[in-house]
Design a protein around this ligand. Structure first.
Ligand code: C5P
Length: 253
């Protein structure tokens, strides 16, 4: 029987259908300036539990998928700092380093120029070091069969729709947020690389606050899986305290 290729996923060999796994990539987003933290350096380069946040985040992906290829997106002026840190810490992670862009969207687009079609690519915030390697591993498995997979958690707070009127918060009459249909999206978001790359050919829009919103605007449907409540995006000083406490508890187990 002749070999038949569908994308890069399937081919027939004699009478057996072979399923080829797509090569795995992760894009680690770490080119933000971290202005909301008010620290001396961007938050991804601060430490929790005695190790740099960015290093911890990358270790989780290496643990989940030891054969993964890593693209790290960094602020241009922290690239040599990061290289030196990896050397000093003997942190062995083959990685392609890419300079970030003006927004997260532009940073992702820079990274995607280094990813081939026919792969699976996870895009993950470098400041989410508490995601479990179990979730990462299971998302890569699930994404073999769906083109776009997003981890979400149900909204537990009651949400108010307000407007900021010169510093004063005011009710928007008639606007009600129905909590039963609201979920918070997390990363890693995992995609067939050709789908994500095509979506990122769209012009930038301020509504693109994550990769799923770009893929959706491109007209592709999204699949969802349950995220993790502890997979927080470290953004403020309080988040740093929380992350430290979570790690201390995990290490006690
Ligand atoms: O700004 P936001 O909290 O959405 O950032 C999420 C992630 O995207 C962070 O890990 C940050 O470093 C990264 N980012 C980036 N390039 C930018 C802005 C944010 O890589 N221009």
């Amino acid at each position: 029987m002749r070999g038949i290729f569908f994308g890069n996923s399937y081919y027939f060999c004699k009478n057996v259908l072979m399923i080829m796994e797509r090569k795995k990539f992760v894009v680690i987003m770490a080119a933000g300036s971290g202005s909301r933290m008010g620290a001396s350096r961007p938050k991804q380069f601060l430490e929790i539990g005695g190790r740099m946040i960015l290093q911890r985040t990358m270790e989780i992906f290496l643990e989940a998928c030891p054969d993964i290829s890593v693209v790290t997106v960094l602020p241009e002026d922290f690239i040599s700092f990061w290289r030196e840190h990896c050397l000093e810490q003997n942190f062995i992670c083959p990685q392609i380093i890419v300079p970030g862009g003006i927004t997260r969207f532009h940073s992702v687009r820079n990274a995607l120029s280094r990813i081939p079609d026919g792969a699976i690519v996870a895009v993950h915030d470098g400041v989410r070091p508490l995601v479990s390697s179990a979730l990462v591993g299971s998302m890569f498995s699930m994404a073999e069969t769906v083109p776009a997979l997003v981890p979400v958690i149900p909204c537990i707070d009651t949400l108010k729709v307000l407007k900021n009127d010169g510093g004063e918060l005011r009710t928007v009459e008639g606007a009600v947020a129905d909590r039963s249909v609201l979920y918070a999206a997390q990363t890693p978001q995992v995609f067939h690389s050709e789908v994500l790359k095509q979506a990122y050919s769209l012009p930038y829009d301020t509504s693109f606050t994550d990769d799923a919103s770009v893929v959706q605007a491109y007209g592709k449907s999204l699949s969802y899986t349950m995220g993790e409540r502890l997979n927080i995006k470290i953004t403020t000083q309080e988040d740093l305290l929380l992350a430290d406490a979570v790690l201390a508890l995990k290490n006690r187990d």
